[in-house]
Design a protein around this ligand. Structure first.
Ligand code: NDP
Length: 252
């Protein structure tokens, strides 16, 4: 039981690890013993400092995940530089807002490229590496409540996150028999930069809080805890799950 959640000796690649949910996941995995490669387009200095504080090892990998070839090159380069990767966390994500009738192709493509296309090709690169060395591994994709629900003015985001949920299930079916766990976390309303404007709008904030059974916004560390669970031996028979971590929002 004591080592059920111990990730010592495992190496994780976390996208969008400089801030918000990605940073919390990186730090949580590090606290559980994993080495963490913090990947994204901005400096990882803050996350690396937090990892160091936690006594964990971290590395920076700079890449723009809007370009799937650049994403895969960064992933392969990180594995070459730091050693084989056992845990892939696809967290980097963006949102663009407009009415569906006004939605532009540029906003559609940008969101799809970051939230779905790079996610698939990173999963592919990860699985190819695992299969070539006959190793086991874990993919954790970050989905959303909008993987299950409609929403308004976020057409490409909703489509991309529904796609992430579907892709998670498909890859789980293809790879479960090969020792690769593929699962997703669907965060509810989590207090990060991404949701700052919502929280600043008093009326919206009150409306949201009234509908969350837990009665509070989620913290990024709530998602970090779920990621440690999914990366651990405790989750070894979980394949293709899209787990809401939302204070009960979807249960309502
Ligand atoms: P943030 O906006 O705080 O973080 C998003 C992360 O993605 C940042 O690290 C950002 O880097 C990175 N990123 C965006 N575009 C790119 C790119 N082209 N290349 C590399 N990195 C990129 O948001 P959250 O932490 O809130 O969100 C993290 C994930 O959780 C996202 O997938 C989001 O959709 C999902 N989510 C969040 C919810 C919430 O309530 N917060 C709810 C449901 C899902 P940079 O800082 O450089 O822009």
């Amino acid at each position: 039981m004591s080592d059920l959640f111990d990730l010592t000796g495992r190496r994780a690649f976390v996208t969008g690890a400089n801030t918000g949910i990605g940073q919390a996941i990186a730090v949580s995995l590090g606290q559980a013993g994993a080495q963490v490669i913090c990947a994204g387009r901005s400096s990882m200095a803050e996350t690396l400092a937090k990892l160091k504080e936690a006594g964990a090892t971290g590395f920076e990998c700079l890449a723009d995940f809007a370009d799937k070839d650049g994403a895969v090159q960064a992933f392969d380069g990180a594995a070459e530089a730091h050693g084989a990767i056992d845990i892939l966390v696809n967290n980097a994500g963006i949102i663009r807002r407009a009415d569906a009738v006004d939605f532009t192709e540029a906003d559609w493509d940008e969101v799809m490229d970051v939230n779905l296309k790079s996610v698939f090709f990173l999963c592919q690169a990860f699985a190819r590496g695992l299969l070539s060395r006959k190793a086991e591994g874990t993919v954790i994709n970050i989905a959303s409540m909008l993987s299950f629900q409609g929403g308004i003015r976020v057409a490409s985001y909703t489509a991309s996150k529904s796609g992430v949920a579907g892709l998670t299930k498909l890859l789980a079916c293809e790879w479960a028999g090969k020792g690769i766990n593929v699962n997703a976390i669907a965060p509810g309303y989590i207090a990060t930069n991404n949701t700052e404007a919502l929280r600043a709008d008093r009326q919206r904030n009150d409306d949201i809080l009234k509908r969350i059974p837990a009665g509070r916004w989620g913290e990024a560390s709530d998602i970090g805890g779920a990621a440690v669970f999914l990366a651990s031996k405790a989750a070894r028979y979980i394949h293709g799950a899209v787990i809401p971590v939302d204070g009960g929002w979807l249960a309502r």
